[in-house]
Design a protein. Structure first.
Length: 519
């Protein structure tokens, strides 16, 4: 959505004080003075009218903090296909971010923005920004209930009010106020995935690629479009052995072919065959240490299962499963993307007390990274794919975000998990602790859960599970004034002779003297 792009532009421009994009400029400070609010941020005259001092606001950052902020976005690795290479948009020398696409802003607002600001800015700035990102993250879910929509309508009002207490009035253009109406649009039109502008934008990029003669772009697009329509029409009459745009497999296709399907119904119920290896290689064979055993007077499928797999197994460096593309950590080292993060949601049973006979069933999430992808062969009857992972202990911070420490492993005796059980997550390194990584759960972009029957426990499905990064932190309901000034930073000296102001006191020139470079 373009609204997310505009919001991210305003937030990043203001936090990083990017020239031309920041909403906290000298004119905004004179607006505060004219409105008679936030006296601590008013310009202070120095040497007559030529120069004024501007106090640093609570959302301002030092050059070192800006470098930390930009470095996190520069080094963050994202899953394949989720966003473009955002690191190319970060300029560490100038401490600015520019040139990112609309979908990149979508990913920054949902996942990345909240990580660096937690250790840099005060809570009165961090909490509303996290709540704003959480609002859009929940709004863009593939499935959403009416109760969630009602809650979103209440939360966004509180969030915007908290932002208005911090940022200057110039920050709140029409795009910042538009989220008030988005929840009701979802109520009227359904999930945003069927109405947002990403598919049209991708198609516009396709049309632009048709241009070969730049002096006649419309003619180039029209000619190429007709050629594509003709080829599409002809491809409908080709036999099934020819791969065309109508029958080619999607990028992250995890549907196994006929040769990979099980031959026994019992094995299919125990180990459903899902997912396919990545790449053209057939796997690297290696020998297992376990010895096979003979069983008698039992069904054949139990006998084959009890004997264990054959000593010859296969290793893969990548795998398609559940709509995700997984890589091993070794393969991921030389890549710009991160596809080794896994999360597993398991149902555990616990008791409130020793004497309590009623167990409590709850879902617990486990987080790890894939080290090896192993395919076991049970003597040709069926095959099972396992992920060998490093698992980490998960904790929550004061803002409700989940994080792990890569130097603190757990469950080392049980590293294996069935490939069909896992989903993908992203790890973003903390700005101050290299071993601390925040967990961001993602959903596959091209996977939709469609069924003829309505799920009775739909709210318990993975797609409807509240994301860790969407946990809304609470904001204290205080009526007092927030601390709007960073006292640890020196005031900025500005030459007002080079500025143009809207204030009546300084707006002495005519409208013809203004140009676009002044704003």
């Amino acid at each position: 959505m373009h609204i997310e792009k505009n919001i991210v532009d305003s937030i990043l421009g203001t936090l990083l004080d990017i020239s031309g994009k920041t909403k906290d400029h000298t004119n905004a400070r004179y607006d505060l003075q004219e409105m008679g609010i936030r006296k601590n941020l008013h310009p202070k005259k120095k040497n007559g009218r030529k120069k004024v001092k501007l106090a640093k606001a609570c959302y301002s950052m030092t050059n070192a903090e800006k470098s930390i902020f930009c470095d996190l976005l520069k080094t963050a690795k994202l899953p394949d296909g989720s966003a473009s290479n955002i690191s190319r948009c970060v300029n560490l020398l100038e401490r600015r971010i520019s040139g990112y696409k609309t979908h990149d802003a979508h990913f920054i607002l949902h996942y990345l923005l909240q990580i660096p600001i937690k250790g840099i800015l005060p809570d009165q700035v961090v909490v509303p920004l996290i709540r704003l990102g959480s609002f859009f993250c929940q709004l863009c879910q593939k499935s959403i209930t009416l109760q969630e929509i009602d809650q979103l309508e209440e939360d966004i009002v509180t969030t915007l009010c908290q932002l208005e207490r911090i940022f200057p009035p110039s920050f709140f253009d029409i795009m910042i106020h538009l989220p008030i109406h988005l929840a009701n649009e979802v109520r009227l039109g359904g999930p945003v995935q069927f109405r947002w502008m990403y598919p049209p934008e991708r198609y516009m990029c396709t049309l632009k690629s048709y241009v070969r003669n730049r002096s006649h772009p419309e003619g180039s697009i029209a000619e190429a479009y007709l050629v594509e329509e003709c080829l599409t029409f002809c491809s409908r009459y080709l036999h099934s052995g020819v791969q065309t745009k109508l029958n080619r497999q999607p990028k992250n296709n995890d549907e196994p072919n006929n040769s990979m399907m099980e031959t026994t119904d019992a094995f299919s119920n125990l180990f459903p065959k899902r997912g396919v290896p990545l790449g053209a290689k057939k796997g690297e064979p290696f020998l297992l240490d376990d010895k096979s055993r003979e069983q008698h007077d039992v069904p054949n499928w139990i006998k084959e299962l009890s004997r264990g797999p054959t000593q010859c197994a296969k290793k893969y460096s990548g795998y398609f499963i559940n709509g995700y593309r997984f890589h091993t950590r070794q393969r991921e080292v030389r890549r710009k993307t991160q596809n080794s993060g896994v999360t597993l949601v398991a149902l555990t049973t616990s008791f409130a007390s020793i004497k309590d006979e009623n167990p409590i069933h709850e879902n617990v999430s486990y987080y790890g990274r894939v080290n090896d992808i192993i395919e076991l062969d049970y003597y040709g009857n069926f095959k099972v794919t396992l992920f060998k992972c490093d698992w980490y202990e998960a904790r929550e911070d004061a803002y409700g975000s989940t994080y792990v420490h890569f130097n603190k492993k757990c469950y080392q005796e049980e590293p294996f998990v069935l490939a069909c059980q896992v989903h993908q997550c992203v790890y973003v390194q903390d700005a101050f602790d290299k071993n601390k990584h925040y967990v961001m759960k993602t959903v596959p972009r091209d996977l939709f859960s469609i069924s003829d029957q309505v799920a009775i426990d739909a709210e318990d499905t993975y797609e409807n599970e509240p994301l860790d990064n969407s946990t809304v932190p609470s904001i204290p309901n205080d009526d007092g004034e927030v601390d709007l000034v960073r006292n640890d930073l020196n005031e900025v000296l500005v030459d007002v002779a080079k500025e143009v102001y809207f204030s009546q006191e300084y707006n002495t020139g005519s409208d013809e003297e203004y140009n676009s470079e002044d704003f």
